[in-house]
Ligand binder design. Sequence first.
Ligand code: THU
Length: 147
Amino acid sequence: MDSTFTPVAMTDDLAELLAAARTVQARAHVPYSRFKVGAALRTPTGNVYAGCNVENAAYPQGWCAEASAIAAMVSAGETAIETIMVICDGEMLGTPCGGCRQKIREFAAASTMIHVAGAIDDQKIGIRTSYTMDQLLPDSFGPEHLS
Ligand code: THU
């Protein structure tokens, strides 16, 4: 996989997604990992849905921020992701885990953009890098395989 990804230019729509992701990141329930993640997605209707990771004392019962954002979208009656933004703290890129890549894939196209946000120059928060769905999960399995 090509590893030379560059972030896209910030737009009002992306700034709105980033703000939504940061808001929910602060609410993450992470007493065990202390690793707060926020995710915000936009659908083709323009609506934005966001969610954080929610851990559990029975560790495997916790879930990721992307899953929360997707659950909010589906609960609101929508089933298409146009763009998704994920934010976490730390030096390393907060790329979605394998399970979340598949969860996003369910509602994405190959060209759907996945933005990874976090600290950039001088601790300013911004988009660190951006991927297409196909870059993050190549040759993926999706709903069309079952039709
Ligand atoms: N986490 C996410 O929310 N999204 C990911 O894609 C990777 C991991 C969460 C799960 C857990 O609460 C914490 O980060 C540490 O793994």
